[in-house]
Write a protein that binds this ligand. Structure first.
Ligand code: UDP
Length: 402
């Protein structure tokens, strides 16, 4: 069972006491979160910790997922891509299927909580199928800085019905939305299987179990097989590095339940890395396993996050928490956590030579980068642990729920 008190040694007494105080003011209040998957991706990761910890301190928190059909997730993945700048053919049928799935879910989910938090675009229109009796908050985890205009205009029909919007970065705040927009940066849970401290003996045991060789330095990117994570670019950078230094690449990407493109992108990556996969220099991993992610992040020589767009990038937060040298793209929410040359390295994702050279440098001379990793860990402790998010939500609820 998750208990807030277990975080005391990590965040200190004051944070724990503040959480109890704030929960006291909300005792017996009920909050429901609605998103589109229980597993895979950052939102599920956060809710998996947030919801039980809220319950532990006496605020009644709930988590439901929208009953989605493959149709819905195909459409909402296109929406996700278009919100990040892609074109979309926004046909009548797409809009209808999207709305029908939401309407249908409303007949399965009775909502009478004191506050409703809807995550991302998939369940966004739900609001119009309820007789709204409480504050509704739209928590959007996506980079909204350059959405496709037609789609944005369509989604605004539903967004405008909300009482509050939560975004991850001030760069995503929309001047064309007359609703209060607040910033909550995402967080990790330091006590989950993915982030907890592991003894060397356990690390070795699991490396053997998952057949991960450590005879050469490992470059690791943990990401869904998604074009915005640029897996093809990762392979190209690796080829450049490999010409100058002997190493391996591990790309670990489980398939999220609400991401139908994963398998297609995986096949493309496999094709591009064909020879390197046969020689064992590139390992593509597709099963979701939290301990495996933890271990890969711990044994990596370098953590890479070569995203082209990134709302925030929890994989980076996780790597920093493990004190690892990280090189990541200077896009979206990534600079909120990577301060160039302080907590890690930032790079232009198109500059393959620069990224490859920095990776080689880190492998050859790790010491200064390990120091950055330690600074990164403290930065995460201060800003990006789940205890901070609990306080953010309690502060918000205290203002909205009566
Ligand atoms: N993740 C995982 N296994 C994988 C790939 C990703 O557990 O094979 C997790 C990763 O550790 C992180 C989350 O999924 O906690 C991804 O969050 P992020 O914000 O980096 O990206 P998103 O997938 O939400 O775009």
């Amino acid at each position: 069972m998750k208990k807030i008190i277990d975080y005391r040694t990590i965040v200190g007494d004051k944070v724990i006491s503040d959480i109890y105080q704030k929960a006291g003011a909300l005792r017996k209040k009920r909050i429901i979160n609605i998103n589109s998957t229980y597993a895979g991706g950052g939102v599920a990761e956060i809710l998996g910790s947030l919801v039980p910890l809220m319950n532990d301190v006496g605020v009644q928190a709930d988590w439901r997922i929208i009953r989605g059909t493959p149709d819905l997730f195909n459409i909402t993945k296109k929406f996700h891509n278009a919100l990040q700048g892609d074109n979309i053919n926004l046909s009548r049928i797409k809009k209808e299927l999207y709305l029908q799935a939401n309407e249908s879910f409303s007949q399965y989910a009775y909502i009478d909580q004191d506050c409703v938090i809807v995550h991302d675009p998939q369940p966004l229109p739900l609001i119009q199928y309820y007789c709204k009796q409480q504050p509704w908050v739209w928590r959007c985890h996506i980079d909204l800085s350059r959405p496709n205009n037609e789609l944005w205009d369509f989604l605004k029909n539903y967004i405008l019905q909300y009482d509050k919007i939560i975004l991850s970065s001030k760069d995503y705040v929309r001047a064309d939305i007359p609703i209060d927009q607040v910033l909550f940066q995402p967080v990790i849970d330091p006590l989950t299987a993915k982030n907890k401290h592991l003894k060397d003996v356990d690390v070795h045991k699991y490396l053997k179990k998952f057949k991960i060789p450590t005879d050469k330095p490992l470059i690791v990117q943990i990401s869904r097989f998604d074009k915005w994570k640029d897996p093809i670019g990762v392979i190209e950078v690796f080829k450049k590095v490999k010409k100058k230094i002997d190493c391996r690449l591990v790309y670990c990407g489980g398939m999220a339940g609400d991401d139908p493109e994963g398998i297609i992108i995986y096949e493309q990556v496999k094709k591009r890395a064909n020879n390197a996969i046969s020689s064992g220099d590139v390992l593509l991993i597709t099963h979701e396993n939290n301990i495996l992610v933890n271990i890969l992040q711990r044994v990596a020589a370098v953590i890479l996050q070569k995203s082209l767009r990134e709302g925030f990038g929890l994989t980076i937060t996780e790597a920093l928490w493990k004190g690892k040298p990280v090189i990541a793209s200077n896009v979206g929410g990534i600079p909120l956590q990577i301060k160039d040359n302080e907590t890690g390295l930032l790079a232009d994702p198109k500059d393959y030579d620069y990224i490859a050279d920095r990776i080689i440098e880190i492998i050859k001379n790790p010491e200064p980068y390990e120091k950055m990793g330690k600074v990164g860990r403290e930065y995460v402790r201060e800003h990006f642990l789940v205890t901070r998010l609990i306080e953010d939500y309690f502060d918000l609820a205290a203002k909205m729920v009566h």
